[in-house]
Every structure is written in structure tokens, then in C-alpha cells.
Design a protein around this ligand. Structure first.
Ligand SMILES: Cc1cc2nc3c(=O)[nH]c(=O)nc-3n(C[C@H](O)[C@H](O)[C@H](O)COP(=O)(O)OP(=O)(O)OC[C@H]3O[C@@H](n4cnc5c(N)ncnc54)[C@H](O)[C@@H]3O)c2cc1C
Length: 438
């Protein structure tokens, strides 16, 4: 490809102690936790709402916060759930349902109360680095291109953009380089919820016979009730997507906006309670389940899930099953998903795996932490920990660890992990294996 040289002097417009890159569930948890420790925190995001996939992406429900006996995503996770409920944002029908508009305001309130400098509508387009330390993140917004200087950076971009731009090693997708399909989440009105019965995928095969669908996709998560007559849709799959390429994303948006009309016909014709259902809106970002996993000091893996692992340096525990949506819409892939999710890699009540602090530390970087979907794990574990309560757990820990590093003027790798665990317990984290400070 032909190239041009692009070089400019740009302003270092802000200086901060901790820069949280990405304002999804992990970013919110990290920023609020660090700011409550009286650190100077800035959070940036390319969208004009905080919340990432859970708000702008219109994901309509939280997965489990608890293992059935213990509230695992405790501390900030519990607080967010309670605040959402109090603000009327769970729809009043199911505690885990999300009214995404209300959740946006809950997050706005939390960053405002914690006095976090919040800059929305800015894309991270580069980093400046000195050996193993990032010195600046380069951003592009409506006002132009500028830099933010920080002592610690927390990569909460979901895709691990900051670590990747700083040259950290990562893994992407499965052994063939394929990732889980994306989903364009949606908003549906005019549902008669009192008439709705049974699984929403139960008539798919009948509908396939009637040629309603362009793709015969057996995996339908469905519409979750989030209000009296409306609901949020986690419907349709954008197969073959490359989440790191805007042309691929553009094509997926165009395709999925059409495909959702096929689902509208399916719901109207085949399912009780949906005869008048209307597709009222679609998200303005694609729901991305998988992209980069940045390699850290430890890689959390399937064996750890199977062993219900306990780690000396654990910063939380989690329990959601391995949920890997098939990369292709064939029966074989769907069968594999069902076996993993419903049988092979699913816990009983009270079971969970430990989350070691080391998976938040990118191997080749010293002043960077990561949290959320891009942390260091294999594909199976990412299929579990990627959901929002999991992101609150890792975000909270990254926020607290960054605050300790600032206080002691050391790197996140050098902090005393027992002290971190103690501080996390003080703010409500669930750490049943904590044995006290050495
Ligand atoms: C279709 C779908 C359905 C799901 N269903 C559920 C569910 O039912 N329950 C559940 O709990 N979880 C669910 N999840 C998982 C969950 O929503 C995500 O995995 C979770 O939001 C990841 O959190 P995060 O903070 O790591 O990243 P994200 O939520 O992706 O947030 C990352 C943020 O970083 C910003 N960002 C990224 N790159 C840049 C950049 N270069 N510059 C500036 N900003 C940037 C983005 O704008 C975004 O706001 C679902 C996910 C998808 C895609």
C-alpha cells in the first residue's frame, strides 16, 4: 500500500495520575474505585455515553452476579445493580434486566459524584512509549488530535487497543483466527408479555422451512422484558466479522439491520404475545463478544475453570459458564456451544473459579493494567469472564491496584497483593480465600 508521512506537534492537553481508557463496565468500575481512593482519575471513551456494550451496545440483561450462594461481583457490582434498580432501570420484572437509558444515567451520576474527569467522543489512536512504560495516549476528538499524559493507564477498551498499540503480545479468536459472531442488539415495542410463553427459538426450524431467514442460525438468545410492553433484543449473529476493521463492521451493520426484519416476521408469525411486535431501534455500536486477549503475567485457562481454582493472588471469583457462540451458523457448531454452555463447562450452586491479579498485568508493560474483556485468559475463560459482572470484578481490582501504585510510587506489578486484597475486602469484594497480610 502507498504511504504518506504524517507528523505533527500536538498539545499535551491534560495530565492525570490514572487514565482509564474505555468507559464500559470494566472502565466505570476501575475509574470509580480509583477516584474514591482520592486519586486524580480521567476516563475517556469514543462514544458519547458511558457503559460500552451494556448501554450504547444495548445488551439487555446482566448475567449472574452470584454463584447461587455468594454474591461474587460484590462491591461496585452490587452498588451498580442496586442503583439501577432504585432508578427504575431493571424494568421491574427481572432484577437482571437492563433499561439501557437508565443505566447510562447511573454511570453518569457515579463518575460525576466521584469527580472523575470524563471525556467522551474521543478515540484512542496511538500511544507514546518509553521502554516498558506508556507516557501518553493520543486521542482524536471533534476538537482535533491531542495527548493525555498519565502515570498509570488502565486498558478497558474491550479490544485491548492500548496494550496492542503499545506492542503487547495478544491472542485473537480460535486456532483458525475466527472470533465469535457479533450481534446488533435491538429495542422492541408492542409486546404482550402476559401472552408470551416458552422458548423463543422453539419455532425456528418451522420458520426455516418457510424461507423467512437468509441464514439458518439455530442460536437465538431472544428478547428480554425490560418494561411493560417493551424489551431488549439479543438477536441475530454477524458471522465472519472482524471487530478490529471498520469496513467489516460497516458491512455487518448494514446486513444486521436488514436481518432483524426477518426476526420481526418470525416473532410476529410464530410466537405468542409478539403478533404486533415492532423493531423500534438498533444499537449504534456492534455487540462484540470477542477480539484480542492481551497476554499477561498469567493466562487464566479452562483447567482453572474445571478445577475451581484458588490463587494466592486472587482479586475475586466468578462462575458464569463458558459461553462461546459458534463462529459459523451450522448445526455442529450450535451443538458444541450447547454442550459447553449447558453441560460441560457449567457450575453447580456455590462453585466458582479464582481470578488472579496477574491476569490484569500485560506481560511487556510496566505502568499498565487491563480489565474487562481483554484480560489475559484463554478463549474458554474469556467466554465466561467477559460478561458484565465479571468486568466489574476485574475493573474494581485494577482501579484499586492503580491507586496503590500511585500512592507508593511503584508499578502495579510491584504492589503488595495481600494489601490489595485487604483493601478490596474493605470496599465489599468477595474474597473468601484471603488469608491475611504476610
Ligand atoms: C451481543 C452481546 C450480548 C451480551 N450479553 C450479555 C448479557 O446478557 N449479560 C452480560 O452480563 N454480558 C453480556 N455481554 C458481555 C458484555 O456486555 C461485554 O463483554 C462487556 O460489556 C465488556 O466490558 P468491557 O468494559 O470490557 O468492554 P466494553 O463494554 O466493550 O466497553 C469498552 C469501551 O471502550 C471504548 N473503546 C474501545 N476502543 C476505544 C478506543 N480506541 N478509543 C476510545 N474508546 C474506546 C468503547 O467505546 C466502549 O465504551 C454481551 C456482549 C455482547 C456483545
Amino acid at each position: 500500500m502507498e504511504k504518506i508521512n504524517f507528523s505533527r506537534d500536538i498539545d499535551i492537553r491534560y495530565k492525570t495520575e490514572i487514565l482509564v481508557c474505555g468507559g464500559g463496565p470494566s472502565g466505570i468500575a476501575a475509574a470509580v474505585t480509583a477516584a474514591r481512593q482520592e486519586k486524580d482519575v480521567t476516563i475517556v471513551d469514543m462514544n458519547f455515553s458511558l457503559g460500552g456494550a451494556g448501554t450504547v451496545g444495548m445488551v439487555p440483561a446482566f448475567m449472574q452476579f452470584s454463584d447461587g450462594e455468594n454474591f461474587l461481583a460484590d462491591g461496585i457490582g452490587r452498588e451498580i445493580l442496586n442503583r439501577l434498580e432504585k432508578a427504575g432501570g431493571t424494568g421491574g420484572f427481572r432484577k437482571n434486566a437492563i433499561n439501557t437509558e437508565v443505566l447510562k444515567r447511573v454511570y453518569d451520576d457515579m463518575v460525576t459524584e466521584a469527580e472523575i474527569k470524563t471525556i467522551l467522543g474521543v478515540s484512542i489512536i496511538g500511544v507514546e512509549k518509553d521502554k516498558n512504560n506508556i507516557s501518553h495516549v493520543i486521542l482524536s476528538g471533534k476538537s482535533g488530535i491531542y495527548a493525555i499524559e498519565s502515570k498509570i493507564f488502565i486498558d478497558c477498551t474491550g479490544d485491548g487497543d492500548v496494550c496492542a498499540k503499545a506492542g503487547a503480545p495478544f491472542e485473537y479468536g480460535d486456532e483458525n483466527g475466527e472470533v465469535m459472531p457479533g450481534t446488533l442488539c435491538s429495542f422492541w415495542t408492542d409486546i404482550e408479555w402476559d401472552k408470551v410463553d416458552g422458548r423463543q427459538d422453539r419455532m425456528l426450524k418451522e420458520a426455516f422451512k418457510e424461507d423467512i431467514f437468509t441464514t439458518h442460525d439455530l442460536h437465538l438468545t431472544g428478547i428480554s422484558r425490560s418494561g411493560k410492553t417493551f424489551g431488549g433484543g439479543n438477536i441475530g449473529h454477524a458471522f465472519g466479522i472482524n471487530p478490529l476493521d471498520e469496513v467489516s463492521l460497516t458491512n455487518a451493520f448494514i446486513e444486521q439491520r436488514k436481518i432483524l426484519l426477518e426476526y420481526q416476521e418470525y416473532y410476529r408469525r410464530f410466537l405468542n404475545g409478539f403478533s404486533k411486535v415492532n423493531l423500534a431501534g438498533t444499537a449504534s455500536i456492534m455487540g462484540i463478544r470477542e477480539s484480542r486477549r492481551i497476554m499477561g503475567d498469567y493466562v487464566l485457562c479452562l483447567k482453572d475453570f474445571q478445577n475451581r481454582a484458588i490463587f494466592d493472588d486472587e482479586i475475586g471469583r466468578y462462575c458464569y459458564p463458558v459461553d462461546i457462540h459458534a463462529s459459523n451458523p451450522d448445526e455442529e457448531g450450535f451443538k458444541k456451544f450447547e454442550e459447553e454452555y449447558k453441560k460441560n463447562f457449567k457450575y453447580n450452586k456455590g462453585e466458582s473459579y479464582g481470578i488472579p491479579y496477574r491476569i490484569l498485568l500485560p506481560k511487556t508493560l510496566d505502568n499498565v493494567l487491563m480489565a474487562g474483556r481483554c484480560i489475559s485468559c484463554d478463549r474458554y475463560l474469556m467466554g465466561s469472564i467477559r460478561v458484565m459482572p465479571g468486568c466489574y470484578i476485574t475493573g474494581q481490582a485494577a482501579g484499586m491496584a492503580s491507586s496503590m501504585a500511585i500512592e507508593e510510587n511503584i508499578t502495579p506489578r510491584e504492589i503488595n497483593v495481600k494489601k490489595l486484597q485487604k483493601k478490596l475486602i474493605e470496599i465489599g469484594a468477595y474474597l473468601p480465600n484471603y488469608k491475611g497480610e504476610k
